[in-house]
Design a protein around this ligand. Structure first.
Ligand code: ADP
Ligand code: 5GP
Length: 211
């Protein structure tokens, strides 16, 4: 059966642990991960082409003009976008693709790919979220304040997601996200080709039986 892959969108408040969870999902369960383009500056240790495709604003705009993104959005003063080619090729090969993107982008994905699974990652509570964001040590207080303000706004969009998963214990969270994605593949609507093949085979086999 040549099934297309599942498109999985993972969003969540800044600092909730999206990057950490997604990295483990890819390592442990072999998902394909889309590498986004962004105009933000690389953080220490981030590698161009692996963590992001780092672009100038002019390069990013050019990619928009050439329909190079399946979605893009502005988030706290920078642009972020999902390159089209990788996602389309991986889905065609039957691979499950993860997009780690913010909520405006997630809504655009749902419009274009109604079968996409939207998962919102959250923290056990707001204080833990703030502590994680500060603990990462990659943003100054001004940026942290903007990201927490954005997190507050994002609570309005949480109900648009299919699933809400709490990132308390990291390994448990990774398995919960994996379980959600696995369950999606078992939906009967995802298996219509199997059903029609089974019907055909049964039709043949029952005629072979002599009574
Ligand atoms: P995001 O990608 O959502 O902005 P990160 O993956 O960078 O978040 O994680 C933010 C910080 O929280 C990092 O320092 C990371 O090590 C830490 N972290 C992630 N998940 C957990 C967890 N389950 N428990 C404790 N700390 C976590
Ligand atoms: P960060 O700067 O912390 O890496 O990312 C900031 C926000 O942008 C996060 O919520 C992240 O999920 C989101 N993001 C990363 N890549 C993309 C993308 O390609 N499209 C959209 N819409 N959001 C993205």
């Amino acid at each position: 059966m040549n099934k297309k892959g599942v498109l999985i969108v993972i969003s969540g408040f800044s600092g909730v642990g999206k990057g950490t969870v997604v990295k483990k999902l890819v390592e442990k369960h072999g998902y394909s991960l889309s590498v986004s383009a962004t105009t933000r500056q690389p953080r220490p240790g981030e590698v161009d082409g692996k963590d992001y495709h780092f672009k100038s604003v002019a390069e990013f705009r050019n990619l928009i003009d050439y329909n190079g993104f399946i979605e893009w959005a502005q988030y706290v003063e920078n642009y972020y976008g999902t390159p089209r080619q990788y996602v389309e090729e991986e889905l065609e090969k039957g691979n499950n693709v993860i997009l780690e993107i913010e909520v405006q982008g997630a809504m655009r994905i749902k419009e274009q790919y109604p079968d996409a699974v939207l998962i919102f990652l959250t923290a056990p509570n707001a204080q833990i979220l703030k502590t994680r964001l500060e603990g990462r040590g990659t943003e100054d207080n001004k940026v942290i304040a903007k990201r927490l303000k954005r997190a507050y706004e994002e609570t309005d969009d949480m109900q648009c997601y299919d699933y809400l998963v709490v990132n308390d214990d990291l390994d448990t969270c990774v398995e919960h996200v994996h379980a959600v994605i696995l369950a999606e593949g078992f939906k009967t609507a995802e298996n219509m080709e199997y059903i029609s093949n089974m019907k055909e085979e049964l039709s043949r086999i029952r005629k072979e039986i002599t009574v």
